[in-house]
Design a protein around this ligand. Sequence first.
Ligand SMILES: Nc1ncnc2c1ncn2[C@@H]1O[C@H](COP(=O)(O)OP(=O)(O)OP(=O)(O)O)[C@@H](O)[C@H]1O
Length: 233
Amino acid sequence: MTHLQARGVVKAYGPTPALRGVTLDVAEGEIVAVSGPSGCGKSTLLHCLAGILRPDVGEVSWRGDRIDTWSESARSRLRRTEFGVLFQFGQLVAELTAAENVALPLLLAGTGRRAARTAAVNWLDRFGVAELADVRPGEMSGGQQQRCATARALVTEPRVLFADEPTGALDTLTGEQVLTQLVRLAREQRTTVVLVTHEPRVAAYADREVVLRDGMVDHTGLGFEASLGGGVR
Ligand SMILES: Nc1ncnc2c1ncn2[C@@H]1O[C@H](COP(=O)(O)OP(=O)(O)OP(=O)(O)O)[C@@H](O)[C@H]1O
């Protein structure tokens, strides 16, 4: 069954068109990179798929249910449970330690304090930053912060991770390391990933690349093929 599906999605911000009829199927466990030039609609598509934005026209379905017709509270519950969302700047809470940040989604979901802390430290460990458990974001490097943010996005073991330029603020080497870990852990958990990036190098980590242009799918292909301008049109 298709896991996640967009059908003819159209979205505009006032007079500015962002998506002009995007259709996309994502399979369970698939890692899809959405790429294309600045302003082509990548983030808008990610937001529509994650149920953050509602399309003006078209449908978004998750495991066969249309989520674009759901209420805001139902969609936000979905984002707390089945979906995980990660942005360019991890948006860690400055006042909380790494472990407290990572434990937060579990506490919000009703997990007890001790179990949440244990899971948080475990996820920090998977990203190689367990030693930062009691450190606050202000004392961490950008790469360390983004590893913590990625751990926080995965701690609830979401079915789908939506990541918008997750390594865009990092230097090339650090970005590559964080992304390699993200993809490895997502594959281990069979987490579906929708990854927005404008870098061909990043898209090459995906199973498939979907290239947008002017709010429409320009072409799709294997990560490296699409980044070379080939793939299936
Ligand atoms: N909140 C907003 N208000 C008005 N226009 C917006 C808003 N968000 C996006 N847009 C416009 O919609 C279009 C698509 O934007 P979007 O952010 O989805 O593209 P993108 O491919 O993710 O861009 P980038 O790579 O620069 O982040 C652009 O023309 C953009 O200027």
